[in-house]
Ligand binder design. Structure first.
Ligand code: IPM
Ligand code: MG
Length: 391
């Protein structure tokens, strides 16, 4: 069942807490969601589904319960914490494959599985540095970066590329092949989405105010990128009001840090997008602030881009802001889809609450404030309080 296009009394949300810090920040997000729903006058029914590496270790053959796929397909939206766990030997928990090394990551089904099966073809990742953001490189972040020069959206193709799940390892472990699938269809829709986003937000790149879509490729070497770039040029013709820009991925890795103000919307293939969004998160205070919106025509799944961070698990130190902002992004997506102002009010209140805490500089977790910083629980409580004060 596709997510609704009309206002509902009650929205059904699947919460996939996953592993490690993912589970903790997802629990906080669920509490926040119930609170804003009550205050804004809409209903939410949260269905929590255990999943990930720990689930696999406990259950042996699956990384989430049977029937979960359907529950995700039937939900109005999905909130995902993070998946990935380390086994007793310290290696990432991997499911049994056909051969010795070809098992998928335990946690594959809720993340890459959902992206592919629900056709969440665009992974929309805003890279915006909130005013007052402290941490970054040598603690000097706020003097250099803020919303005046870091305010872009990275759009990552989310269903194919190097993560298409096609490939093999030879039985003698001598040769591994990962097939990078790039199709015209998947490229076209994600590139179109990028142009639409540039138009919709309208404010352009922070440096010059120009609407611009930067296509990130390695088309001097890779066939898939030649196709992606060709499709980009075709689609761009429909958007004469948006400036075209092409960057080679390796050079872009430098440009995005040295001249972030140039970028409005960037679009790229799956793995480049995975790497570049972790890199670009440095500009917004780190992965603890970075959100990934997995969206297609019919479904949406929202997550922080950080992982499960097993070494941080159980220490109450994780930054809950990325998950919080993923929750507000979910409310925004669903609220715009259903023209439900109650959800949009909740979205705004949460966003403003996080921005206010970052601006005043407290409470913040260690990734944003250094040693002696606040705990995850304290930051989540402050977010709830600031949000409630706005509703
Ligand atoms: C992300 C994550 C995932 C990815 C992992 C958990 C498979 O890194 O959402 O960026 O690589 O897409
Ligand atoms: Mg990633």
């Amino acid at each position: 069942m596709p997510a609704p296009r009309e206002k509902k009394d009650r929205y059904d949300i699947v919460v996939l807490p996953g592993d490690g810090i993912g589970a903790k920040v997802a629990n906080d997000a669920a509490t926040l969601l119930e609170m804003v729903a009550k205050r804004c006058g809409f209903g939410v029914a949260l269905e929590e589904i255990a999943c990930g590496g720990k689930f696999y270790l406990q259950h042996g053959s699956r990384d989430w319960p049977e029937g979960s796929e359907q529950k995700c397909a039937d939900a109005d939206a999905i909130l995902l914490g993070a998946v990935g766990w380390a086994g007793p030997d310290g290696a990432p928990v991997t499911m049994k494959g056909n051969g010795e090394l070809d098992g998928k990551m335990a946690g594959w089904s809720p993340v890459i599985g959902n992206r592919i099966k629900l056709d969440l073809y665009a992974n929309v990742r805003p890279v915006r540095c909130l005013a007052g953001t402290r941490h970054g490189i040598s603690g000097k972040f706020s003097e250099v970066w803020g919303p005046h020069n870091v305010d872009m959206i990275m759009v990552r193709e989310n269903t194919e590329g190097l993560y298409s799940g096609q490939g093999s390892i030879s039985a003698d472990n001598d040769r591994a092949i990962d097939t990078r699938v790039i199709t015209h269809k998947a490229s076209e829709r994600v590139i179109r989405r990028a142009f639409e986003l540039s138009r919709a937000r309208g404010r352009g790149a922070p440096g010059d105010g120009k609407k611009r879509v930067t296509c990130i490729v390695k088309n001097n070497v890779l066939y898939g990128c030649k196709l992606f770039h060709t499709v980009y040029r075709e689609v761009a013709k429909d958007y004469p009001d948006v400036e075209q820009d092409v960057a080679i991925v390796d050079a872009f890795a430098m440009f995005v840090l040295t001249a972030p103000e140039k970028y409005d919307v960037c679009v790229t293939t799956n793995m480049f997008g995975d790497i570049l969004t972790d890199l670009a998160s440095v500009l917004q205070g780190g992965m603890g602030m970075a959100v990934g919106c997995n969206v297609g025509e019919n479904h949406g799944m929202f997550e922080p881009i950080h992982g499960s961070a097993p070494p941080l698990a159980g220490k109450d130190r994780a930054n809950p802001m990325a998950m919080t902002l993923a929750t507000s992004a979910m409310l925004g997506w669903l609220g715009r889809r259903t023209a439900d102002d109650r959800l949009l009010r909740a979205e705004r209140a949460i966003e403003e609450a996080v921005a206010a805490i970052v601006l005043r500089g407290s409470p913040l977790t260690a990734d944003m404030a250094g040693p002696g910083a606040a705990t995850r629980s304290a930051v989540s409580a402050a977010i709830r309080e600031e949000t409630a004060a706005r509703l």
